[in-house]
Write a protein that binds this ligand. Structure first.
Ligand code: FNR
Length: 381
């Protein structure tokens, strides 16, 4: 096997090991994927400031995200269908994150349920909530996350309606997956993946099936999800969710300064500057292009977190310099998971940790918590 040195190497391996429709599900954006590409590409325009002959010993990547200590300011982002990249994917990723000392965020649309992940891990994880039309279901989901000991609720705001992803449509990907001869062939060419799936008991959308009204089994899931994302979700709804939850609340999917101003008034603990990894509004700016302006506007009132396009520790550092307190990675950990299960997620985190540490040192800095614009070569235009 060729050496795995960077996230792109994990991506190559995942492409070989995960059936095409599920690999494509991770590696896709909406419509032309221009925002998905911009998320990655726009980091290249941000230049770091090289310094020399400064003491580089005793460096620290330790920080906090919403007050929780983290080994480095990089959490695993909530991603739906993670259990289709690898059997028990959510559990494996949560375990890798736990051992590494970074937060894991479980998606509402996960394969393994909140209770499955809680039973298989030792530390609290974060739970991501989609607000559905059925408010009893939402309230129950919040209560389940509380009962499972989740330590933060990540409320996603940028998916009131689903962005169209051509790869998924062309592949015939649906929830639950419906298997045509083409899909069966795609799976048959990935025997290791199939063996893993055969060995697991957890193959349902455990947060939904058996809990939502009218969704007793997988066959009724598809129409339910299509109808349930709530197009009327409003700023007023944040308040009842905040009260019902009663713990740390993170609002995810802010890309506009005015929305950031509104979010800062809700009493939430943090916002995530994010465009859902380029999976929603294609044609929107990259996340990194908007981060600085948003952090400048509200960063003194609410914690700023960031995701979108991070593929290296250098990208993490640039986001921190532009005002993020913490970041999330989505696809990098999914590629690791698809490539090698839990060990692959650990490897993705390790690659990013090493890149972040060496980059910080070469900038002549020792404490990641102090990252700021003065670590950059020049202000952004
Ligand atoms: C996501 N994302 C996402 N976000 C969310 O709030 N709930 C979800 O269920 C999902 N599902 C999901 C699936 C997949 C396959 C991907 C790639 C992404 C968005 C995710 O949390 C995050 O915002 C992006 O993944 C960040 O961009 P990168 O790191 O993937 O470039």
């Amino acid at each position: 096997m060729p050496p795995i040195l960077e996230i792109a190497d994990l991506k190559k391996l995942a492409r070989r090991r995960v059936p095409k429709m599920f690999f494509d599900y991770a590696d896709s954006g909406s419509w032309t994927e221009s925002t998905y590409r911009a998320n990655e590409e726009d980091f290249a325009g941000i230049k770091l400031r090289q310094r020399v002959l400064v003491d580089m010993t005793d460096r620290s990547l330790a920080s906090t995200m919403v007050g929780e200590p983290v080994a480095m300011p990089v959490a695993l982002a909530p991603t739906g269908l993670t259990g289709m990249q690898h059997a028990d994917g959510e559990i494996l990723a949560a375990r890798a994150a736990e051992k590494f000392g970074v937060p894991f965020t479980l998606s509402t649309m996960s394969i393994c349920s909140i209770e499955d992940v809680a039973a298989a891990t030792g530390k609290p994880f974060w739970f991501q909530l989609y607000v559905m039309r059925d408010k009893d279901f939402v309230a129950n989901l919040i209560d389940r996350a509380k009962a499972a000991g989740c330590s933060a609720l990540v409320l996603t705001l940028d998916l009131q309606i689903l962005g169209q992803r051509h790869k998924d449509l062309r592949n015939g990907l649906s929830a639950p997956p419906r298997f045509t001869p083409k899909h069966i062939w795609q799976m048959a060419t990935r025997p290791r993946w199939c063996l893993g799936m055969l060995g697991t008991q957890r193959r349902t959308f455990g947060n939904i099936v058996g809990h939502a009204k009218g969704v007793a089994d997988l066959s009724s899931l598809s129409s339910w999800t299509a109808e349930q994302f709530d197009p009327r979700l409003s700023w007023e709804d944040i308040e009842w969710i905040r009260q019902r939850w009663g713990g740390k609340l993170i609002l995810k999917g802010i890309l506009d300064r005015e929305d950031a101003e509104m979010a800062a008034r809700t009493g939430a603990d943090a916002i995530v500057v994010s465009n859902h990894g380029g999976r929603q509004l294609d044609g929107a700016d990259s996340s990194i292009a908007r981060l600085g302006e948003i952090a400048d506007a509200v960063g003194d009132r609410i914690e700023i977190q960031f995701d979108g396009g991070i593929r290296s520790g250098q990208d993490v550092l640039k986001a921190l310099c532009l005002g993020a307190r913490g970041t999330y990675i989505g696809r990098p950990f999914l590629y690791g998971l698809g490539a090698m299960g839990e060990a692959g997620v650990t490897m993705a985190l390790e690659i990013i940790r090493k890149e972040l540490d060496i980059t910080m040192a070469l900038c002549g800095k020792r404490d990641i918590k102090l990252a700021g614009k003065d670590w950059l070569a020049r202000p952004l235009a």
